[in-house]
Unconditional design. Structure first.
Ligand code: PLP
Length: 458
């Protein structure tokens, strides 16, 4: 059918999406038959579906809509850059937005992380970070130092390499990844520590996991350790205090590059440009970011490399080429959007705002645990939150337990709030511009949803 020139009906759109659009992470049960909510318009923290119903965007898109929707300035900047210079090959040229943005990012990263390689999103930023580590070791004449340490429940993206180091769906994917390149550390979630164990002792155990793995595999074979400051897609897991500092020290002692994947935590989610140094007190060797960099207005990611790593690569003997890049690396329109996004965040002091509303957000989150006995744990930091249902005691409650996230999301959706369900958890990360009264609106709906869902667990 030729669709040009015809205004599609609602029925057309449902059918075309179902028949021709394979969405990411589609379950094969729904291959070709899933129906997705069609969102038509958005403003601030709200989305409207095709029927005109309004929802609070609890997940903030996919952890990315920092400055909120409907920003005229973003539209103007994007259209002006399209008319001025919509595309330039990054292999041959640079552009003003790419140069300015690289400088702006370098000014906001910790320590000596001053070199920015632009990518198309988070997965390609992670891919670049890993390739940088492998490239450095090749240049240093130790190509066997190529294994990456990832973590259970870590999520790093969907390219082959980023998926390889992702611990989250490790046992669920039905295709092999580059298994020889990766080793995983077990769960760091303090909530899952053995009964009676203190959080400090749990931290010691988690640090020991890394030491033991290095001893087993051999530091001379390990190129990098990759960690999200907070494991977000794994269920907003905040590691025990001191964990990041101690693991970084171990990496440094073993000449293993520390890659901090700040695709979610970067650009304000925790009230700072980056969480590594300002929240967790570490200066990694490489930081990856994406999402909040443009607030989701356009795709863009970045891999930010320290001067130390750059110097080691440059000063190794002989010439070589870093065979890594994308047609859209440093895309001028995406870079212009990111610059405007950062300008807006600065002008409106969005980082200060997040720091200011975080206690209220986290307080309302913790009230949910006090009010509902089916909750096993609530956790988060900044404008990141997760509710985890307590484990089921028998087969029936086990079934209900694993469906908790979906049940809560369904109940809240009815009442105008979207969440992100992950098995027995529901997570949320609203736009950073959310006001205290909108935080109340969000948690009031969540509590009403919890009251409804709790009935299924009596
Ligand atoms: N790294 C982290 C921590 C993420 O959460 C994600 C996506 O959610 C990615 C990498 C992949 O980013 P993208 O989907 O932009 O490729």
């Amino acid at each position: 059918m030729n669709t040009l020139g015809n205004t599609p009906t609602d029925g057309d759109l449902v059918a075309w999406d179902r028949d021709h659009h394979l969405h990411p992470w589609a379950g094969t049960g729904g291959f070709g038959s899933d129906e997705y909510m069609r969102v038509n318009t958005a403003d601030g923290i709200y989305l409207w579906d095709a029927a005109g119903k309004r929802y609070i965007d609890g997940p903030g898109g996919m952890w990315c809509t920092q400055i909120g929707y409907g920003r005229q300035e973003m539209a103007d900047t994007i259209s002006q850059q399209v008319m001025k210079m919509p595309y330039a090959s990054p292999w041959s040229f640079t552009t003003e937005p790419a140069a300015v943005l690289a400088r702006m990012i370098a000014e906001r990263t910790p320590g000596d992380l001053n070199t920015v390689h632009f990518t198309t999103g988070g997965s390609t930023a992670v891919d670049t970070a890993l390739r940088t580590a492998l490239f450095m070791n090749k240049r240093l004449g130790r190509p066997e130092k190529r294994i990456v340490i990832g973590r259970e429940k870590g999520y790093h993206g969907s390219t082959f390499l980023a998926a390889t180091v992702t611990g989250k769906e490790r046992f669920e994917t039905s295709f092999e990844k580059a298994q020889d390149l990766v080793h995983f550390l077990p769960d760091v979630n303090p909530y899952h520590r053995p009964e009676g164990m203190s959080v400090d002792a749990w931290c010691d155990a988690k640090v020991a996991d890394l030491e033991n793995l290095i001893a087993d595999v051999g530091a001379d074979r390990i190129a990098a350790f990759i960690a999200e400051p907070i494991l977000c897609s794994g269920g907003v897991i905040v590691p025990p205090p001191g964990y990041h500092k101690r693991t970084l020290e171990i990496c440094r002692a073993n000449d293993i590059l520390y890659i901090s994947d700040e695709v979610v935590t970067g650009f304000g989610r925790l009230g700072h440009w980056f969480a590594s140094e300002d929240v967790f007190g570490i200066v990694p060797d490489i930081i990856t970011c994406a999402k909040g960099l443009t607030s989701g207005y356009l795709p863009l990611g970045a891999c930010i490399i320290s001067d130390t790593v750059m110097k080691r690569i440059a000063e190794a003997p002989g010439d070589d080429v870093f065979y890594n890049g994308y047609t859209y690396s440093g895309h001028p329109v995406s870079c212009a959007a990111a610059i405007k996004n950062i300008e807006i965040m600065e002008r409106e002091d969005i980082l200060g705002h997040v720091q200011c509303v975080t206690p209220h957000f986290q307080d309302r989150l913790h009230q949910i645990k006090e009010k509902f006995s089916i909750v096993g744990d609530v956790r988060g930091d900044g404008l990141l939150g997760c509710i985890e249902c307590r484990p089921g005691l028998n087969v029936e409650s086990y079934e209900a337990h694993v469906k908790f996230g979906q049940k809560l999301d369904d109940a809240c959706e009815e009442m105008g709030l979207l969440l992100r369900p992950f098995g027995n958890m529901a997570v949320f990360s609203p736009p950073l511009i959310i006001t205290p009264s909108q935080i109340d609106e969000m948690f009031d709906i969540m509590e009403a949803g919890m009251a409804q869902v709790s009935k299924d667990y009596d």
